[in-house]
Design a protein around this ligand. Structure first.
Ligand SMILES: Cc1cc2nc3c(=O)[nH]c(=O)nc-3n(C[C@H](O)[C@H](O)[C@H](O)COP(=O)(O)O)c2cc1C
Length: 200
């Protein structure tokens, strides 16, 4: 399996968590191509053709980043807007990413209790929902996201323990189709109840 790790951190040199994980993934020998995207595009002028060619040459695409304002760093949003073009990622002929895996690896500064999903809180998978919807549109398999809380206060050895877990699962062929299976099943169950709801 050819794995592409795209790391989006506005200042990777000052990063504690994502710099460590990027190195651990590279040292594992499991990553085919690993890139520091802010170093590559400091002016946000993304080379779309180069990015699309790289996507075509890999089976699993990792987006690795810190959560900023319950969302992604701005260069990642720019990259999605520019690279996932009509008739490349979606549209009648836009099936170039079909059956590739999308894997999110992210760090959250907030504590787990701030991501409990109740009342005014959201879970990390809820925060990452736009990625799941994007994967669905591009006919990609959305793997269960990998993430850690309390990122700014986390001791080095704990960061590395999480990194070891990511290294273990990163080339697991089942990770790529976990949510696709769940989505398909839920989709079929929903359709099955439409007549009872008077929607068929
Ligand atoms: C501009 C900015 C916005 C942030 N927004 C959030 C946020 O919405 N939720 C959260 O849990 N952490 C937030 N954080 C904390 C980062 O997620 C945390 O610093 C990062 O994951 C640590 O990873 P690093 O050591 O690789 O930088 C924010 C940090 C910055 C600088």
């Amino acid at each position: 399996m050819r794995i592409l790790n795209l790391v989006f951190h506005p200042n990777l040199n000052d990063s504690h968590v994502n710099k460590t994980w990027k190195s651990q993934l590279e040292e594992s020998g499991k990553i085919t191509t690993s890139r520091d995207m802010y170093a590559e595009y400091p002016d946000f002028q993304i080379d779309v053709e180069k990015e699309q060619k790289l996507l075509l040459r890999h089976d699993r695409i990792i987006f690795q980043f810190p959560i900023y304002w319950w969302s992604m760093p701005p260069l990642l949003k720019q990259w999605l807007d520019d690279v996932l073009q009509y008739q490349f990622a979606y549209g009648s002929k836009g099936d170039k990413l079909k059956d590739k895996d999308m894997q999110i690896i992210c760090s959250a500064g907030g504590q787990a209790k701030n991501y409990n999903g109740f009342h005014m809180f959201a879970t990390v998978p809820e925060v990452l929902k736009p990625f799941q919807l994007t994967a669905n549109l591009a006919q990609m398999n959305y793997a269960q996201p990998l993430y850690m809380f309390n990122a700014d206060a986390c001791p080095d050895d704990e960061i590395r323990l999480f990194g070891n877990k990511w290294v273990e699962s990163i080339d697991d062929p089942r990770r790529g189709d976990g949510l696709k299976y769940v989505n398909q099943r839920i989709h079929e169950e929903l359709i099955a109840v439409y007549p009872q709801l008077g929607m068929a």
